[in-house]
Design a protein around this ligand. Structure first.
Ligand code: NAD
Ligand code: DAU
Length: 355
């Protein structure tokens, strides 16, 4: 069935993998990538999508309600998959308002545009009808102690300005479902890693610093724990929930793959030494313990049983494989990394789209 789907944030890390998956898997769909191209948006992530007949890029800011309304009128989407966000916790600590504008106001602008276009609708059956899919994070649940898992019923308890803004956006999505009958689904995912990850986040930053023989900054004592998932597996989960998830429901997505930061960094150092032909222990010498992140959440761990049981989703890549593939991608895409660190990637849109 032909559909038009707006994917917001498609030039970012996860969004670019999702756009590629949808453009390739659903040639009968029109995929509109709506992205403001902030520092995190990089059209070099989607070079291979240019010229594809079912792919359109629209540069627009979701904080601009009129621009969002105009694009919804222009494309009349049947579905929205909303990923555009300010995504980095450390930036939220220094600039919390940016997170309120994009993550909260921007989300409400999209919800309004969808509500006006679709009107009050009865719950759409899985696989048909209009649908707003909100892509969220496990950070809305707060922090765990040394045991336990986040389930879909875990009470929201966000701590950072980033997670507070994402929790707020989740609540608005539910509010639009309850108040206006908007057909929605949500996914709350753990830490992603893989190609095209901006090198401000732990794994790509460490890879970048090892390549450049720079210190590897580990916050606090390094005993903070995250659950890691290969980005393609997250895109597969979004595809399943968007098409087959139950209306009004949320699904946790995670890798059942917990790592203490320091152990992860040591594994990464070991794999990098092997791939670079360095003596074992060379990269680990760069590990430097630095000042902790304020309000640092001790541990995240996801119970992804529901999406497995109801939709048959499971991660397809083990962590060792995924990390190895990720390192290989960075080592063979040094131009991408160089453009990101020099800022050259931000000129790509003007060069490719403005004449
Ligand atoms: P990212 O920072 O790599 O990309 C965000 C994208 O959104 C960029 O292309 C950026 O240009 C765009 N954007 C930002 N502000 C915008 C605005 N005002 N208008 C339009 N576009 C704007 O983010 P990511 O890591 O790919 O995360 C994508 C989504 O998934 C986010 O909603 C994030 O909260 C969620 N999420 C991320 C992870 C993770 O580990 N990265 C895990 C769970 C959930
Ligand atoms: O859990 C999902 C979330 O994962 C997403 O919602 C966020 O968008 C995404 O950025 C990510 O948040 P984290 O804060 O967990 O990711 P980050 O890569 O910034 O940090 C991972 C862990 O590593 C965290 O405990 C902080 C630590 N860290 C991070 C950096 C950048 C360091 O020790 N040193 C670093 O230099």
């Amino acid at each position: 069935m032909s559909k038009t789907i707006i994917i917001t944030g498609g030039a970012g890390f996860i969004g670019s993998h999702l756009v590629r998956l949808f453009v390739n898997k659903y040639p009968e769909y029109t995929i509109v990538n709506l992205d403001a191209l902030t520092y995190a948006g990089n059209l070099e992530n989607l070079k291979d999508m240019e010229g594809r007949p079912n792919y359109i890029f629209e540069k627009a800011n979701i904080v601009d309600a009129a621009a969002v309304q105009a694009l919804f009128q222009k494309y009349q989407p049947d579905g929205v998959i909303h990923l555009a966000a300010e995504s980095h916790v450390d930036r939220s600590i220094t600039s919390p308002l940016d997170f309120v504008y994009t993550n909260v106001v921007g989300t409400v602008n999209l919800l309004n545009a969808a509500k006006e276009l679709w009107g009050p609708l009865p719950a759409s059956p899985a696989g048909g009808g209009a649908r707003f899919h909100h892509v969220s994070t496990d950070e809305v649940y707060g922090a765990l102690g040394s045991t336990g898992l986040f389930t879909e019923d875990t009470k929201y308890d966000p701590h950072s300005p980033y997670s507070a803004s994402k929790a707020s956006s989740d609540h608005f999505v539910y509010a639009y479902a309850d108040t206006y009958g908007l057909p929605v689904v949500l996914t709350n995912c753990s830490n992603n890693y893989g190609p095209n990850h901006f090198p401000e986040k732990l794994i790509p930053l460490m890879i970048h610093n090892i390549i450049n023989n720079k210190p590897l900054p580990v916050y606090g004592d390094g005993n903070y724990t995250r659950d890691w998932l290969y980005v393609i597996d997250h895109a597969r989960a979004i595809d399943l929930v968007f098409h087959q998830g139950t209306n009004g429901e949320k699904y946790n997505v995670g890798g059942f793959n917990e790592w203490k930061n320091i152990d992860l960094v040591k594994l990464l150092c070991k794999q990098m030494d092997e791939k670079l032909g360095h003596a074992e222990g060379t990269s680990a010498q760069l590990i430097t313990y630095v000042k902790d992140r304020p309000g640092h959440d001790l541990r995240y761990a996801i119970d992804a049983t529901k999406i497995n049981r109801e939709l048959g989703w499971a991660p397809s890549v083990t962590f060792e494989e995924g990390l190895s593939k990720t390192i290989d991608w960075y080592l063979s895409n040094t131009e991408w990394l160089e453009h990101v660190t020099s800022g050259a990637y931000q000129e790509y849109y003007e060069r490719q789209y403005m004449h």
